[in-house]
Design a protein around this ligand. Sequence first.
Ligand code: ATP
Ligand code: MG
Length: 369
Amino acid sequence: MVGMADAARAAMVGRQRDIEVVAAALAAGRSVLLEGPPGTGKTTLLRALASGAGVPLVLVEGNAELSPSRLVGHHDPSRVLSEGYGPDNFVPGPLLEAMTAGGLLYVEELNRVPEETLNVLLGVLSERRVHVPRVGEVEAAPTFRMVAAMNPYDAVGTGRISPALYDRSCRVAVGYQSRQEEEAVVARRSGGAPALVARAVRAVRATREHPDLRIGSSVRGAIDLVAVAGELHALRRATATTFDAATGHAAAATGHAAAATGHAAAAAAAGEDSGLDAALAALSGRVTVREGSSRSAEEIVTEIWERSAPDPEDVTGDDATGDNDAEGDQAGGAEGQQPGEDPGKAPGPGRPPARTTPAGAREAATPAR
Ligand SMILES: Nc1ncnc2c1ncn2[C@@H]1O[C@H](COP(=O)(O)OP(=O)(O)OP(=O)(O)O)[C@@H](O)[C@H]1O
Ligand SMILES: [Mg+2]
């Protein structure tokens, strides 16, 4: 169990408590229901736990097409026609694969799984065995475990999961991490400059609290934002330089005066453009506009990105972020750390003004079923 937890600690930023509880439940032979919004590290956690335990992770995406035969396995129809039913032409599904190999079966979006397939899983949780027609009883190897994940904000809801299934599992609810932890995740995944990473995380966290948005972005949005902004900035700089060499009018020709002229303000403007374009690309499809709002996702993301700009007064001359990548600064703006800032809520300069968020909005961090 220590090996499992250690592997997960190495793979993850934070989540210490969740790692320990899930590792302990699995070590105790229990199955786990993980509830949390997309992008909260559920798959990362389970991959690391499985590798730390030295067992295979068998991943199944839960959806309406996941029939019992897809989950358990089926006889190859063409071979059945020529050979008849036999153990040789049985193709095991992910459930049997995990049960026989003593692996960790991970069913994502469990609440989308059809009722009859849920019943198969329920049987396996109770008996640690499954009856396969024309194959017989299949027993689970001792290390077999099941973990299922659900998104509590899924339109399907978690109400479909029967009390019997809950009664045979331990439940762990995971929420969004703190601002600092999200910054560390984004830095690790994107390798972006600290100032850009900080701004991207601020923008993403603002999408979760914006009154016109029903669903905000996961940390994946910030990871993509930083990655795209970096590439976009480099691409535009290269384009501007090429034009410059060819015509001597790079600035006017491309509309990206910054890189060509080296003028600091213009460079910042070009960086701001790249940042906004990256924010639109990374976030507009990830957010869901609240019904009844007359605004588009693009408008809202633009507003959020502009408001996420650091206040110039926050920026200290010696670069409080320790950022040594000037390009990233241009795309993201610089920001000094704000000790004690309440993640995502601080009405600091340049950020969305304080709002009385509707009761329950903050509960995003601790999804309830
Ligand atoms: N605590 C964390 N430590 C390290 N990486 C993280 C953490 N949380 C999220 N990530 C990163 O964020 C991305 C999304 O994480 P992951 O795929 O594990 O989320 P998930 O909860 O499985 O999402 P979904 O519900 O959409 O399947 C990945 O790139 C992952 O590496
Ligand atoms: Mg996942």
